[in-house]
Design a protein around this ligand. Structure first.
Ligand SMILES: [Ca+2]
Ligand SMILES: [Ca+2]
Ligand SMILES: [Ca+2]
Length: 459
């Protein structure tokens, strides 16, 4: 190698680093955007300086203060008709079987969550050891005492490992969006509906755009240990990086030993995860489900990672409407969103079959996805998530035609869009006009923005 090559490369990486920092601060000011995170994990691999775990490239494609009011026969939540992902995942029929259970705890390891959001607040996990009244008549949640002796003071809904306190404020939007996909409340006349409308979301914060120096990998590992110790049954991790970490591997393995399912994003690195592993999705532990994202045409997004041995399943991940901080809502795109779909599905399966451990849940979800030709060469199963089938096909108590499922008077059942064999079900409700059409009319540039590296926030 010529003597000038090395210094030149070094200078190149230095410029890359400075460029990244510039981007970071620029977007930090604008809040709520994950676009600048994309590729930062790659840079960290090369420079060893930037974060070794980061959010994915989950772009907020648009933000709305009030969702469009489109009453639905299914639930009274105004925006349910806009949720194309719910339709593709056959959510309505799944809800006829179960709407979830607050006994099921899903740990969302992310940027925090707006726990006061109008469409989330009743589905936030409460630590029983930090709630109620202490011996002196004070509220355990705010008494400044570690009542349950777990090493965290007043950790009533989770913990902020970035700032090491119980402030779970989401300064980004990503974590609140993920929480809404998993478990926004149904039938409250507000906003949207999560995959598991009844669930308990444990909020664990590993990343904060306002704290740029934080060690996101170390914080991730702490979050995993907390989730294990506090009894989460499912962990959602919509992030990752290219750096292998033995400590992180061991934490996920410890979760495995406790029967905990770990749902992880395949990543938005635009690469083959079989060749370039993305962690924690690709640790090869069998309690991990690695999830990639597809669009309304059921094709894997160009930005999403794929892999016929490393990526398990695909779920909706483009222009997904969910909750954002401050009682607002917005659309985001990425395998982060797809991951949340699968975590919500896992919560539904678990609430339907209490006592299930990760192996059972994983089998139900993966075996019963819909095979799609467009997923050949993209995932191990060539399947996309189907919530209803995940709940029923292997279940001897409920037939595939959903006989027991349709007796709930609160829920009306959609006909299956992908299979004529189920068309004998009551087809009394509809998600209304195609969401994609609606989106394109409302927001003509939405398609072009998807996968864009540039943020495009709207009021
Ligand atoms: Ca405590
Ligand atoms: Ca306390
Ligand atoms: Ca709602």
């Amino acid at each position: 190698m010529k003597s000038w090559v090395f210094p030149l490369s070094l200078a190149g990486f230095f410029l890359l680093f400075i460029g990244s920092l510039t981007l970071f601060y620029k977007f930090d000011d604008r809040l709520s955007n994950g676009a600048y995170r994309s590729g930062s994990s790659i840079k960290s691999k090369k420079s060893g300086i930037l974060d070794n775990r980061s959010l994915e490239d989950s772009v907020i494609t648009s933000k709305v203060n009030k969702v469009k009011d489109e009453p639905s026969a299914l639930f009274n939540d105004p925006a349910i008709n806009q949720a194309w992902g719910l339709k593709k995942a056959d959510a309505a029929r799944a809800w006829a079987v179960t709407k979830g259970s607050r006994q099921v705890v899903v740990a969302v390891i992310d940027t925090g969550v707006d726990i006061h959001h109008e469409d989330l607040k009743d589905n936030i996990w409460t630590n029983p050891g930090e709630s109620g009244i202490d011996s002196k008549g004070r509220n355990k949640a705010t008494n400044g005492i570690d009542d349950d002796g777990n090493g965290f003071i007043d950790d009533v809904h989770g913990w902020n490992f970035v700032s090491n306190n119980n402030d779970l404020t989401d300064h980004h939007g990503h974590g609140t969006h993920i929480a809404g996909i998993i478990g926004a409340e149904a039938n409250n006349g507000k906003g949207i509906v999560g995959i598991a409308p009844e669930v308990s979301i444990m909020v664990l914060k590993y990343f904060d755009p306002q704290v740029p120096g934080a060690d996101n990998l170390r914080n991730t590992i702490k979050c995993i240990h907390y989730a294990i110790d506090q009894g989460a049954q499912i962990i959602n991790y919509s992030g990752g990086g290219l750096e292998y970490s033995q400590a992180e591997h061991d934490a996920v393995d410890e979760a495995r030993k406790k029967g905990i399912l770990f749902v992880a994003a395949a990543g938005n690195e635009r690469s083959d995860s079989d060749k370039i592993p993305y962690y924690p999705a690709d640790y090869g532990l069998d309690n991990i489900i690695s999830v990639t994202a597809f669009n309304p045409s059921q094709e894997v997004l160009p930005s999403s990672n794929w892999g016929t041995s490393s990526v398990d399943i695909a779920a909706p991940g483009q222009n997904i409407l969910s909750t954002l901080p401050g009682n607002s809502y917005g659309f985001m795109t990425g395998t982060s969103q797809a991951t949340a779909f699968v975590s919500g599905a896992a919560a539904l399966v678990m609430s339907h079959k209490s006592g299930f451990k990760y192996a059972d849940i994983k089998k139900y979800i993966l075996t019963n996805g819909d095979v799609l030709a467009s997923l050949n060469g993209k995932t191990r199963t060539s399947r996309k998530l189907n919530l209803y089938r995940a709940l029923t096909i292997l279940d001897q108590d409920i037939t595939a035609s959903g006989v027991k499922a349709v007796n709930d008077s609160n829920v009306r059942v959609l006909s299956s869009e992908q299979s004529g064999s189920d068309s004998n079900l009551n087809s009394t409700a509809s998600f209304g006009k195609s969401l994609l059409n609606a989106l394109e009319k409302e927001n003509p540039q939405v398609k072009e923005r998807v996968g864009s590296k540039k943020p495009d926030l709207e009021e």
